[in-house]
Design a protein around this ligand. Structure first.
Ligand code: ADP
Ligand code: ADP
Ligand code: SF4
Length: 605
């Protein structure tokens, strides 16, 4: 067959005792007596006896694809690899398993970024670069050996690194993707966790700059996701290593905290030793842009194969990614481009008012925290962005609007029915995704619901899984779907971007906007990803003040005024990429930064 095609069988899904081998019964080569789809024998190394294997020599390729449609469990993928991909895999996990093409190049003294969807092989690549696995160069029957890998990468930017790895000279420090798992693995308080990592004598400074002090004596299982994220980053950066790998640094952090983390990573790459390599996977493009010195784009088919490109400049990498077309690779990775409005922020058409509220004040306890809200109005069918640091009173305002809390000053003569997705998604009943969603969504399973909600949020493949088995990104998508499926006056989503990869953010943005437009729904989105807020919001509400002490909420304002207000408080300006109009954070103190601050134009020129 076409030798540019691969067959991938998901062994967690293949359940031959429940399907009577529909795939093999209908496979054209099988029907002519060839052994294309066969059963795994008793001696199978991967999976169970009876599960299928597919011969990539005999299979007719994607144009046939009959088995893919026949399998009731979505266990099979047949994929024609792009013809531009002329190399062999770096690693393949097994027969009919995931293949990885290409490796990122750690560079001493530099921050290397990886941009791409989840499930595309980024962790696989890091297992290789951390020396935890020797890549098998696609031959899964042969154990990997470093000399073969070195032969393959001789003369490339990876040669020196791989030589050190072979000689056992690379030490590694890593920050895992899902920090929520840490309390399951560690029993003790923050201080005990961090003290074990203080190999460079830098821990005190990290604790100070990441503002971890207040939770040092708290048990790890009692601190919030945002605190856990900062503790995990401190633990990773406190170590004395040659290779640092940070898998997502921004979930649950506000923009100020994201900037601090970006700066700390840059400083460690630049330290006196000059030989530390930093590798960062990140889906917040504004932060990735600020942080990385070079960038690899990852593309492919999540779960089936992934390609990590050669390094690009950060600017080109992000521009090509947004354009959906990789220039050097001659590769289209998305049908259409993602674009930003450069000069003319959306000015909302004066739509009907949903609610008007007066100035409000609410404090907790003996004035431990006080929120002041300036009166304003929320319009029907608008997407209202809300920005501001953590702990500034955003959820408090939501509770005032629902009537769960009464204001100390000011009066609300309405109680909105709000469908709320909290920042920390806690849906882990022992229940299947489809049962959970059908209990919430009246329209569950209708073609409308499927097109507007299930498809853009990519729920089809996880419908039969248990809520408890979902990854962070999967759980987030289910929670967004659940929020939008409820009948409410106002849909309030707190940090929908957390744990979504960059492609999923784009899809979720489209789903939320389309839902607001088609459903005449009013949506409020709190998020710290500036690109997502820019793409989503019609107007902006800005929170400022001193987190955990006092907060102020502005009335909803036009995007230009709102962005200026918000960014002035953070002291950050954005310029526009000359070629694509994409917003980019200015280097603090640069000529543009100072000029824009003088003109009071922080975001739109
Ligand atoms: P990413 O880090 O980009 O999210 P991973 O490298 O974790 O992606 O995984 C890429 C693919 O490889 C996934 O589909 C995963 O299921 C598969 N995979 C990971 N580890 C193994 C393994 N030990 N055996 C078979 N498949 C694996
Ligand atoms: P945000 O949503 O912006 O992160 P919140 O509205 O949740 O902020 O909280 C603002 C501040 O009020 C925080 O310091 C929080 O600890 C405090 N707070 C929230 N709820 C209560 C409460 N019920 N009692 C006392 N303090 C609270
Ligand atoms: Fe058989 Fe390949 Fe067709 Fe599947 S795609 S039915 S394995 S020939």
């Amino acid at each position: 067959m076409a030798d540019d095609s691969i067959a991938v069988v998901d062994l967690d899904r293949c359940q031959p005792d429940r399907c009577s081998y529909e795939c093999a019964n209908y496979c054209p080569p099988n029907r002519t007596g060839k052994e294309c789809i066969t059963e795994r024998g008793e001696d199978t190394v991967e999976g169970d006896p009876g599960q299928i294997r597919i011969s990539e020599e005999i299979c007719l390729g994607e144009t046939c694809g009959i088995c893919v449609d026949k399998c009731p469990f979505d266990a099979i993928e047949i994929i024609n690899l792009p013809s531009e991909l002329d190399e062999e895999p770096v690693h393949r996990y097994g027969e009919n398993a995931f293949s990885l093409y290409g490796l990122p190049t750690p560079e001493p003294g530099n921050v290397t970024g990886i941009l791409g969807p989840n499930g595309i092989g980024k962790s696989t690549a890091v297992h290789g670069l951390a020396g935890e696995m020797v890549p098998n160069l696609g031959d899964h029957e042969r154990d990997g050996d470093w000399d073969r890998v070195l032969d393959r990468f001789r003369g490339t930017g990876l040669q020196n690194y791989l030589e050190s790895l072979r000689d056992g000279d690379v030490s590694v420090s890593r920050k895992p993707q899902y920090v929520d798992q840490i309390p399951k693995q560690f029993d003790g308080n923050t201080r005990e966790l961090l003290e074990r990592t203080d190999e460079r004598g830098a821990l005190d400074e990290l604790i100070d700059r990441l503002n971890i002090g207040p939770v040092m004596d708290q048990d790890i299982d009692s601190i919030s996701g945002g605190e856990l994220q900062r503790v995990a980053i401190a633990a990773c950066l406190a170590r004395d290593a040659d290779f640092y790998f940070l898998d997502e640094i921004t979930p649950y952090l506000d923009i100020g905290q994201r900037m601090v983390v970006a700066r700390l990573i840059g400083e460690l790459a630049d330290d006196d030793t000059g030989d530390r390599s930093m590798l960062v996977v990140e889906h917040d493009l504004a932060i990735l842009d600020l942080l990385a010195d070079t960038l690899h784009v990852a593309y492919g088919e999540p779960g089936a194969y992934g390609v990590i490109t050669d390094p690009k400049s950060v600017r080109n990498g992000i521009n090509e990614y947004l354009k959906g077309y990789l220039d050097n690779e001659n590769m289209r990775i998305r049908p259409s481009a993602i674009t930003f409005e450069e000069h003319a922020p959306r000015v909302t058409s004066r739509s009907e008012t949903l609610v008007e509220y007066p100035d409000l004040r609410k404090s907790y306890g003996d004035g431990e925290f006080e929120l002041r809200v300036e009166g304003g109005e929320i319009n029907h069918s608008e997407v209202l962005g809300a920005v501001g640091p953590n702990g500034i009173g955003k959820s408090t305002l939501a509770k005032l609007l629902t009537g769960d809390l009464a204001p100390d000053e000011g009066e609300l003569d309405f109680a909105l029915d709000i469908s709320y997705k909290p920042q920390y998604v806690e849906i882990d009943q022992p229940m299947r995704v489809d049962a959970f969603l059908s209990s919430i969504a009246d329209q569950f399973g209708s073609s409308y619901w499927n097109t507007e909600i299930a498809q853009p949020l990519q729920l089809e493949r996880i419908m039969e899984q248990n809520l408890t088995d979902l990854s962070g990104g999967e759980r987030q998508r289910v929670a967004i779907a659940a929020c939008l499926s409820d009948d409410a006056d106002l849909y309030l989503l707190d940090e929908p971007s957390a744990h979504l990869d960059v492609e999923q953010r784009v899809r979720a943005t489209t789903a939320i906007r389309r839902y607001a437009e088609n459903h005449d729904a009013t949506v409020m989105v709190i998020d710290h990803d500036i690109y997502m807020i820019d793409l989503l919001a019609d107007r902006l509400m800005v929170f400022d003040g001193e987190p955990a002490e006092r907060g102020r909420a502005s009335p909803p304002q036009e995007m230009r005024d709102g962005m200026n207000d918000f960014l002035a408080d953070l002291d950050i300006t954005f310029r526009r990429d000359e070629r694509t109009g994409r917003p980019r954070i200015n280097k603090p103190g640069s000529q543009l930064d100072s000029q824009q601050k003088r003109n009071g134009e922080y975001y739109y020129s």
